[in-house]
Design a protein around this ligand. Structure first.
Ligand code: NAX
Length: 335
């Protein structure tokens, strides 16, 4: 058997942690046959919840689970880490301005970036789930100067999967038949879910939508007034209906993100927020969501897509928000 892969989950005592840990332990993150050593990082008040999850992981008797450690020390949690899933973050409290939120999260992601820099394995891959995810990833990366920027990613796969789900329902097909949807920009309400290049069973999604909805103008209205806002505000809808934020779907998307990064994207592209190389006019260094393929364990931005005026304006709006967040954390001395 190969030696275990070390997977560290922060915020492991929280809701998403609880949904995520058991899927990791079952082998769904890294694939069958890959043993896993889990490290659960929490703050002191979350340790009991993480310890309880560790007891239940033991009770799952997962054949691939080589060990579980619970700690509140980032240095111990990230020592030798191969896959770091950063879920723990500071939520927005009452009366908290964006600057306060960014500062509070900088207090988490700057030291965690430094601890990853100091202890991680050479092949470390980092996925940031905790919000504001894109800018938290930027802060962690800036505090990990020895780790290539392309190893720091933020989760927009949940938004991507939400888009697939909405299209599948509108077209009465399985999500698996839909390819090449893109989430651009920030994991926030400004994100742009883009179907311009998407296909269903090999034909353009916009054509299939026109068949069901009427003409091109009706499709455009549906995309603008229903699809885009529904995907972008789906988190609020889940809170309203469920009485609690997205948990299992967020954990599932996190599994998809890391799994595809390591094992590849054989069927079209997916969406990941990663450090921009300047593609599509997104300023270099911003952690922004792009259409990507995973090739040999490396995310590659899909190049050469035609961006019309409609898409350009929406990409630019979300990128402007990311630029403002970056400027704010720069001013705060976090990057
Ligand atoms: P919970 O509040 O249930 O869990 C968060 C856990 O993180 C808590 O147990 C807390 O003690 C721990 N924590 C806080 N600071 C920490 C630190 N410095 N080190 C280690 N652990 C720390 O929230 P949950 O519902 O699990 O959501 C976690 C994060 O995911 C939130 O920031 C949330 O906004 C974000 N989300 C991101 C999504 C995305 O698509 N990128 C979607 C789902 C989710 O909203």
């Amino acid at each position: 058997t190969p030696s275990p892969v070390t997977v560290t989950v922060t915020g492991a005592g929280g809701q998403i942690g609880y949904a995520l840990l058991f899927r990791i332990a079952s082998g769904q993150l890294l694939g069958p046959g890959v043993p896993i050593r889990l490290r659960l990082l929490e703050i002191p008040q979350g340790l009991k919840a993480a310890e309880g999850a560790a007891l239940e992981l033991q009770d799952g008797a997962f054949p691939l689970l080589a060990g579980v450690e619970v700690t509140d020390a980032a240095s111990a949690a990230f020592d030798g880490v191969n896959v770091a899933i950063l879920v723990g973050a500071r939520p927005r409290g009452p009366g908290m301005e964006r600057g306060d939120l960014l500062a509070a999260n900088g207090g988490i992601f700057a030291p965690q970036g430094a601890a990853i820099n100091a202890g991680a394995a050479d092949d470390v891959r980092i996925a940031v789930v905790g919000n504001p995810a894109n800018t938290n990833a930027l802060i962690a990366s800036a505090n990990a100067p020895d780790i290539p920027v392309e190893r720091f990613t933020a989760l927009t796969r949940l938004d991507h999967n939400r888009a697939l789900g909405q299209l599948a329902a509108a077209l009465a097909v399985s999500p698996g038949e839909i390819r090449d949807v893109t989430i651009w920009g920030n994991h926030s309400a400004t994100q742009f879910p883009d179907v311009a290049h998407a296909t269903v069973a090999g034909r353009p999604v916009v054509d299939a939508l026109a068949e069901r909805l009427g003409d091109a103008a009706t499709v455009r209205a549906w995309i603008t007034d229903q699809f885009i806002p529904r995907v972008a505000k789906r988190g609020a809808e889940i809170i309203e209906v469920r009485g609690s934020s997205s948990v299992a779907s967020a954990a599932s998307a996190t599994i998809d993100h890391v799994h595809d990064w390591i094992t590849g994207t054989p069927h079209g592209w997916t969406s990941v927020a990663l450090s921009s190389d300047g593609s599509y006019g997104v300023p270099e260094g911003l952690i922004s969501s792009f259409p990507v393929r995973s090739v040999d364990g490396v995310w590659q931005i899909v190049q050469g897509l035609e961006i019309d005026e409609f898409s350009r304006a929406r990409i630019d709006a979300s990128v402007t928000e990311l630029t403002e967040e970056r400027d704010a954390v720069l001013t705060l001395g976090l990057i």
